[in-house]
Design a binder for this molecule. Structure first.
Ligand SMILES: CSC[C@@H](O)[C@@H](O)C(=O)COP(=O)(O)O
Ligand SMILES: [Zn+2]
Length: 204
């Protein structure tokens, strides 16, 4: 697929995210890879549910620099980290859902462990509800370079797949296409909702 078509698909995904209520009050940010050197990121401070292709800025993956001089997302450094770590990542979606925000605070450890759910198979490569799927969970940080450094260090020691949670903040996930990133987002959000309900009902 060409970069133009991927950007159009990303804009459509942003509208879908907005309609779901997963990017309230300008929260969230989204990007798509152009090639090994460049990606396109949402402009900082915009309502992500009503973006157009003109609201995406070209950013150099190695330097986080935007040649346009406009300001890409405050969380650009997390998107470019993912593109550097995973050469096959083609799209990154960051959302502020209630489930991701609350569950990441309730879970005190560094991983949210999901098991027993058929919907784990919505994540590429997962084949059974019997596996335990760890979703990495990092303490939030306003210093994005420092946060990216912690995530990179974690990824050297542990498998980092599908996405990660930022405590009290939200979910960042990715895929090999916009379509796959969207499926991972919808699947993870469904699993977080189930896990919230389970913990409420089982009180643990
Ligand atoms: C609405 S405040 C949230 C922001 O600080 C940030 O977490 C966020 O997701 C959006 O930042 P942005 O710079 O617009 O990409
Ligand atoms: Zn955010």
């Amino acid at each position: 697929m060409t970069q133009h078509l991927q950007l159009a698909a990303l804009v459509e995904a942003c509208h879908w995210i907005g309609a779901k209520g997963w990017a309230p009050a300008t929260g969230g940010n989204m990007s798509v890879r152009e090639d090994a050197r460049w990606c396109w990121l949402s402009e900082s401070g915009k309502d992500k549910g009503s973006l157009t292709t003109a609201d995406f800025l070209q950013v150099e993956i190695a330097t986080n620099k935007a040649p346009s001089g406009r300001k890409p997302s405050a969380e650009t450094g997390l998107h470019t980290l993912i593109y550097r770590l995973f050469p096959d990542a083609a799209a990154v979606l960051h959302v502020h859902t209630v489930n991701a925000t609350v569950l990441s605070r309730v879970e005190k450890s560094g991983e949210l462990r999901l098991s027993g759910y058929e919907m784990q198979k919505s994540l590429s490569g997962q084949t059974t509800h019997l596996d335990t799927l760890p979703i990495a969970l990092f303490d939030n940080d306003q210093d994005i370079d420092a946060l990216a450094g912690r995530i990179e260090a974690y990824s050297r020691e542990n498998p980092l797949r599908y996405g990660f949670l930022l405590r009290g903040h939200g979910l960042t996930c990715w895929g090999r296409s916009v379509e796959e990133a969207k499926r991972h987002l919808e699947g993870l959000e469904f699993l977080f909702e189930c896990e919230m309900q389970r913990r409420l009902l089982e009180r643990r």
